[in-house]
Design a protein around this ligand. Structure first.
Ligand SMILES: C[S@@+](CC[C@H](N)C(=O)[O-])C[C@H]1O[C@@H](n2cnc3c(N)ncnc32)[C@H](O)[C@@H]1O
Length: 277
């Protein structure tokens, strides 16, 4: 199995649309009446969920006239939030076919299918022409991509000069080995978590200037603390959450990720970079 296939297999659920419908039904929400907010707990597959997207995307200053690329869009939760909030047209690309198909259905449910198009493909071979986009973002994807130079060369190629590109990835903070499995990988075979210095080198080699960098470690620890308290108080997880995506493996992946965070091995980091400013 090649690496792309291994990664998409890691993320594939098999019956995800039905599982999301069941979670909505438990709350008395008909899928066709679901809102972007109703889907937020399950369709934002990164540390901090919707709150993280609000903090991160706001820095990109997205405007309604812009065409924005969401690299590794997953189910398109951030794309729907960005389209609804800023009015922009969003194109999402992701390796995992099931996420793309389910994500497009979620766009239909919330009435955003005219402004969002999700498609299957690789960030390392973007099916778009040069300077096609006014901006781009990538959330919790770089951990699955070994060749950061090739990644940022592709992103640079499809962006216009002056475009903002936002990255919100889990990055390495020291040289310690990570404990696996984690939400993005079952073993180290498909995990290439890199330091922010490595991101900077690869970005700067491809025409980007790093304007902002924010370490979101405290936010992340707080997020997991609150999640644990809410789940304890309710006697279990809510009807929709990231456990719906990760199923029974959640019980190992999330504690391992929190342990890696608490030990200072990793942290979610935002970078806002500009192409040829
Ligand atoms: C942790 S999920 C994050 C999804 C989404 N960005 C979000 O925050 O909800 C990582 C996603 O990256 C995608 N991915 C990994 N490697 C990729 C690649 N080379 N090209 C495109 N997508 C990729 C996976 O399929 C998966 O959907």
């Amino acid at each position: 199995m090649n690496i792309d296939k291994k990664i998409s297999t890691h993320y594939t659920h098999g019956n995800l649309l039905t599982a999301i419908e069941a979670g909505l039904n438990k709350q008395g929400i008909k899928p066709e009446n679901a809102s972007v907010e109703d889907l937020g707990p399950v369709d934002e597959f990164h540390i901090g969920g919707r709150a993280a997207s609000v903090h991160f995307l706001d820095q990109l200053k997205i405007s309604p006239s812009q065409n924005i690329l969401d690299i590794g869009c997953g189910l398109g939760g951030s794309a729907r939030f960005a389209s609804k909030t800023y009015g922009a047209k969003i194109t999402g690309i992701d390796l995992t076919s099931e996420y793309v198909d389910v994500g497009q259905q979620l766009c239909e449910w919330v009435g955003l299918s005219d402004s969002i198009k999700l498609q299957q493909g690789s960030a390392l071979s973007l099916p778009f022409g040069e300077a096609s986009f006014d901006g781009a973002f990538m959330m919790h994807v770089g951990m699955n991509i070994e060749d950061k130079q090739a990644l940022f060369s592709e992103v640079s190629r499809v962006l216009k000069s002056g475009a903002k590109f936002g990255i919100y990835d889990i990055m390495k903070c020291n040289d310690d080995e990570l404990v696996y499995p984690v939400p993005w990988a079952t073993t180290s075979e498909t995990s290439w978590v890199a330091k922010s210095e490595d991101y900077r080198i690869a970005l700067e080699a491809n025409g980007f200037v790093v304007a902002e960098e924010h370490n979101r470690h405290d936010f992340a620890m707080n997020f997991f603390k609150k999640m644990k308290a809410a789940s304890g108080a309710a006697g279990g997880p809510p009807p929709l959450g990231l456990h719906v995506l990760m199923q029974q493996t959640t019980a190992e992946k999330v504690p391992n990720m929190v342990a890696n965070l608490a030990a200072g091995r990793i942290s979610p980091i935002e970078m806002i970079v500009i192409k040829d400013p």
